[in-house]
Write a protein that binds this ligand. Structure first.
Ligand SMILES: Cc1cc2nc3c(=O)[nH]c(=O)nc-3n(C[C@H](O)[C@H](O)[C@H](O)COP(=O)(O)OP(=O)(O)OC[C@H]3O[C@@H](n4cnc5c(N)ncnc54)[C@H](O)[C@@H]3O)c2cc1C
Ligand SMILES: NC(=O)c1ccc[n+]([C@@H]2O[C@H](COP(=O)([O-])OP(=O)(O)OC[C@H]3O[C@@H](n4cnc5c(N)ncnc54)[C@H](O)[C@@H]3O)[C@@H](O)[C@H]2O)c1
Length: 470
């Protein structure tokens, strides 16, 4: 009766994994997206281009080698937009190819166009361009994975050249000498650090009184120090009222009356769920004012056979979590048993320069909940690998329960942070204690050795307490 058992709307990380998981379970699956957006925001405008850009910036500026070769060390003197975008284009096209290949070898039908509901089981696919013919697709189960787009305030006149959102920043024609970044969320701070590394004079404007408030305070302070060293100016507790475009630049007006001139303004003040074109009421669904769809713990919406995953359901809105949500939603839609996602083990990786990553609780959270903890720290400058790499600021911090020596949190700052965090995540996931880290032999010289150093530090501190408390 249906054209497909499962229809997935959106081919970002959530949609891809949902489609492949359902196909692996033997279902007839189709996935729909615009031709130029295969791979979603993640591949085309978000995660992958920004992370590739970061890698290109690190390489071409010679940033990570300057401790060893001096502060004037560069791989290339006049870095152009072309130098940076060549690498990004290369990686994007490879990734799109991988996705197409994975979908096709799993017999997932790729439908190109924009989907909107006709009724709870029927979706209209409008191809656009020359191919204006609409297609009606009926599916037994539908998984919505339409993601988000940058939020754009009406008071700002985006032109894609001097006043840009985080999608448009990738298409800048030349590197700005100065830039205002509006919003110190993850996107804002990641781009602020890349442009600062390229020599752009960056000013970050943030409404709140601090940034990345979900991260360890000490690590955020360390990041701010590093960014200020690259001439970044922070304006906290300041709101942007409007942005004016002038010949040869922009003027950003703040509520406090300040005026900030800059070549370019980048808005990174949150994102809006892409639900307006879906015609949700036809399916018996609705979205909130930020375009997000409400789901239960198995990603089922208010309509029994329709599921939603990824950024369109809101927090945590990461490629990493979207993929897992997609897989779990497909299992639920196909009647398989699913283990719920373990939120306490969800890692966060922030690709600033230097990078940050953590898993588990922060010191502030534990203190608020009156959970005692001991801190164990390893500093890269005391690790042989840190000296070899020329990273003297990096650190790894373990938060340990003094009662049973379990790991409560792992916070890493510096080279390899987003990779290293997974050692701690595994120990936590397996219910291990720091005894495992103390008693293990780590390769030498490695940054992973920081786990042993930090675990010993925590152990020594706990011993000191035990001496007094008997
Ligand atoms: C600059 C930036 C950097 C980021 N960096 C990271 C990072 O380092 N790590 C990380 O984990 N996450 C990162 N993210 C977040 C990550 O990109 C998102 O969490 C992820 O892409 C969400 O995946 P998704 O499956 O929800 O959908 P998306 O990737 O948003 O894709 C949704 C797709 O649905 C399609 N679509 C929408 N409406 C329709 C419709 N009606 N019909 C058909 N198709 C439709 C869109 O065209 C799009 O292709 C970053 C985001 C940005 C913007
Ligand atoms: N490494 C990663 O995992 C990664 C990287 C990039 C993005 N992302 C995800 O993308 C999503 C969107 O990120 P984002 O940074 O755009 O949004 P966000 O909502 O995290 O941050 C927006 C910030 O802008 C501020 N702001 C809003 N309006 C303002 C104004 N007028 N003036 C001054 N400040 C203002 C807000 O206070 C907020 O701090 C997040 O969910 C994030 O997790 C993840």
């Amino acid at each position: 009766m249906f054209d497909y058992d499962v229809l997935v709307i959106g081919s970002g990380p959530g949609g891809q994994k949902a489609a492949i998981a359902a196909a692996k379970l033997g279902r007839r699956v189709a996935i729909v997206d615009k031709r130029e957006m295969i791979g979603g925001v993640s591949i085309n405008t978000g995660t992958i281009p920004s992370k590739t850009l970061r890698e290109a910036v690190l390489y071409l500026t010679g940033m990570s080698q300057r401790e060893l070769y001096g502060s004037s060390y560069r791989v290339k003197d006049d870095i152009t937009v072309g130098d940076l975008s060549a690498r990004t284009r290369h990686v994007i096209s490879r990734e799109i190819d991988v996705i197409r290949n994975q979908l096709s070898r799993n017999h997932v039908t790729l439908l190109t166009g924009l989907a909107s509901f006709v009724d709870p089981h029927t979706v209209n696919v409008r191809a656009g361009g020359e191919d204006t013919e609409d297609r009606r697709i009926q599916a037994e189960r539908i998984i919505i994975a339409t993601g988000t787009r940058p939020a754009r305030p009406d008071t700002v006149d985006f032109d894609g050249r001097t006043v840009v959102d985080s999608d448009q920043i990738l298409a800048l024609e030349k590197l700005p000498r100065s830039m205002v970044v509006v919003g110190a969320g993850v996107i804002g701070i990641e781009y602020a650090s890349m442009f600062a590394a390229l020599g752009t004079k960056v000013t970050v404007v943030e409404r709140r009184d601090r940034m990345l408030d979900f991260c360890d305070l000490e690590i955020v302070e360390a990041l701010k120090y590093q960014l200020r060293d690259l001439a970044v100016t922070f304006r906290f507790r300041e709101s942007v009222v409007s942005v004016e475009r002038h010949n040869g630049g922009t003027l950003t007006l703040l509520e406090s009356g300040k005026k900030l001139p800059a070549d370019t303004v980048m808005y990174s003040a949150g994102r809006q769920g892409l639900t307006d074109i879906l015609n949700l009421p036809a399916a018996g669904l609705s979205a909130d004012n930020r375009g997000r769809i409400k789901v239960g713990s198995d990603f089922r919406t208010e309509v029994d056979h329709i599921y939603a995953v990824g950024d369109v359901i809101g927090f945590p809105a990461l490629a990493a979590t979207s993929m897992e949500q997609g897989r779990l939603a497909a299992y639920a839609a196909c009647g398989e048993d699913v283990n719920a996602m373990r939120a306490e083990l969800m890692p966060i990786g922030i690709y600033t320069i230097p990078e940050i990553s953590y898993v588990g609780s922060t010191e502030d959270e534990l203190t608020e909940q009156a959970i005692p903890f001991e801190v164990g720290i390893a500093r890269y400058r005391e690790l042989a690998r840190g000296a070899i790499l020329g990273d003297s600021y990096g650190m790894l911090k373990l938060l340990v329960s003094p009662d049973d020596r379990r790991l409560l949190g792992v916070h890493v700052f510096g080279t390899g942070a987003t990779e290293l965090v997974h050692i701690g995540q595994t120990v936590m996931g397996c219910g291990g204690t720091i005894d495992y880290l103390v008693d293990s032999v780590f390769n030498y010289p490695t940054l992973a050795e920081s786990y042993k150093v930090a675990a010993l530090d925590a152990m020594n501190k706990m011993r000191a307490v035990a001496r007094f408390s008997g």
